[in-house]
Design a protein around this ligand. Structure first.
Ligand code: 4AD
Ligand code: MG
Length: 460
């Protein structure tokens, strides 16, 4: 196994031969030596390889161009230059894959818009390399957090016959011939002829199935892709995103909020600990001070307010909003940002939303008007977590379904949970890309996932 560049950069000078494999970022020639920066994605910095030009054929040296893949063997020596402590003094050099001049990532700063069009190459840039490493740390931390706390990882289905959020934003899964759709006698699509014998969709959330496992295993979590046919062309929405959904039995809204705060702080801390160099890069080139903000968020408690209090704080400011608020309306991103940035100055957990703007499964409060919902709002982004205590009372849940025009028969198994050993339980969903956006300061969600899918865009 070969050492990665990250490990080679840690080595002290010695006579031992080492081998570096990677892609050329830059090459600088002087009369006698060439300086080649080799990067392999293991860290932001590359290894400086110093090549004595007199020892190699000029035809070989000419093939060392930006983007080429090379193997360089040699010894780690103290560096003469000021930018690095050590460098590789090259004895053997092989070009594995040449890279011609039309390589799109020539040495200069490219815009994120340009790089989005070159999504298959963008992980070779500093920005996307750093995002990819931070995303990796956060994925690992998600699992460590829940595993250390005794949660069981559950894989809920991606193809589903129920609509968890009831928002009608699902992508249909079908093998029917769309040019010749079979119809029933009353002129409806005949799904009995479809692959599953009924209508099926890509999941918008694993929560309902997650609840069935929580009411057996007590604490579970899911971490998987989620699909929403939301036609919203924003910097915070994707059609395919990753969601983490823990679900806890014998737990109410208070416990839910505690888990959410502890969880966020854990994954943020993991990045500060493991990606110091990447965080410094984000603070310098992406969003000034993002690293300090993150540290501050980890150290201070989140603010809490009810929806009703949030509206009270927002109403006097209605002049500044595109969508003025009053009790009963949805809190939009502009309001969420105002609450976090101007009212609280930190992440805020808003609770007890009107039942009419939230999903059917949330526990109804005694006032009959609000539900035990909670959204975690982050400065800059707005909502990053949506969660709630679940309605565990059979009759109340059936009533809610009727109120919202859902057919209880479609959710018979979900209702059965309320019949067989029902228990208070709660959970939440963290949009993984929004969390990555928050940590890195990257403005557009399309730049924190390898291949973003959104309306009218499914490249690669
Ligand atoms: O608030 P949401 O819709 O909640 C649920 O899906 C619940 N079933 C979660 C639960 O209680 N188990 O979505 C949860 C989070 C949002 O707060 C947001 O961060 C993210 O998922 N999200 C999106 N991220 C990117 N693109 C989209 N289109 C998103 N829609 C939601
Ligand atoms: Mg939500």
């Amino acid at each position: 196994m070969q050492d990665r560049i990250k490990a080679l950069l840690q080595l002290e000078p010695s006579d031992e031969m080492v081998r570096a494999e990677g892609w050329v970022r830059t090459k600088r020639d002087s009369k006698n030596v060439s300086f080649v920066e080799i990067n392999d994605g293991s860290c932001l910095k590359g290894l400086q390889a110093v090549i004595d030009r007199s020892r190699f054929d000029s035809s070989l040296l000419d093939r060392i161009t930006t983007g080429a893949s090379i193997v360089a063997e040699g010894r780690i020596v103290p560096s003469q230059g000021g930018n690095q402590k050590t460098e590789l003094s090259v004895d053997n050099l092989t070009v594995i894959g040449d890279c011609p001049q039309d390589y799109p990532l020539q040495k200069k700063r490219h815009t994120v818009e340009f790089l989005r069009e070159k999504a298959y190459l963008r992980p070779r840039t500093n920005l996307f390399g750093a995002v990819t490493r931070v995303r990796n740390t956060m994925s690992y931390a998600v699992h460590s957090f829940f595993q250390e706390n005794g949660f069981i990882y559950v894989n809920t289905p991606l193809i589903s016959a129920s609509d968890c959020e009831g928002a009608g934003e699902q992508f249909q899964v079908t093998t029917l011939d769309l040019g010749n759709v079979p119809m029933t006698e009353d002129d409806k699509v005949d799904y009995s002829k479809d692959f599953f014998g009924k209508m099926a969709n890509l999941t918008v959330s694993g929560q309902l199935e997650g609840e069935t496992y929580a009411t057996a295993m007590k604490n579970i979590y899911t971490f998987g892709p989620t699909f929403r046919a939301e036609n919203s062309n924003t910097t915070r929405h994707l059609a395919e995103f990753w969601m983490i959904e823990p679900e806890m039995a014998f737990c109410t809204l208070e416990g839910d909020m505690e888990w959410a705060e502890k969880f966020l702080k854990y994954i943020f801390s993991a990045v500060l600990e493991k990606n110091a160099e990447d965080m410094e890069f984000f603070s310098k080139f992406v969003l000034e001070g993002v690293e300090d903000t993150l540290r501050h968020v980890i150290e201070s408690p989140f603010a809490h307010m009810t929806y009703t209090d949030a509206i009270k704080a927002l109403e006097p400011e209605n002049d500044r909003f595109e969508f003025p608020v009053k009790w009963g309306v949805e809190i939009q991103t502009e309001h969420e940002k105002f609450l976090t940035e101007h009212v609280a100055g930190c992440p805020v957990i808003v609770t007890d939303y009107p039942k009419d703007i939230k999903a059917f499964y949330m526990k109804l409060n005694d006032d009959g008007k609000t539900v035990r919902a909670m959204d975690v709002l982050a400065p800059r982004l707005g909502e990053i977590i949506g969660g709630s205590e679940r309605e565990y009372r059979y009759d109340v849940l059936v009533n809610r379904m009727h109120e919202l025009g859902l057919n209880p028969a479609d959710y018979w198994w979900y209702l059965d949970l309320r019949k067989y050993g029902t228990v208070p339980h709660a959970g939440f969903g963290l949009g993984f890309e929004r969390a990555v956006q928050y940590v890195t300061g990257v403005a557009n969600i399309r730049d924190v996932i390898p291949y973003p899918r959104y309306a009218k865009s499914c490249e690669y």
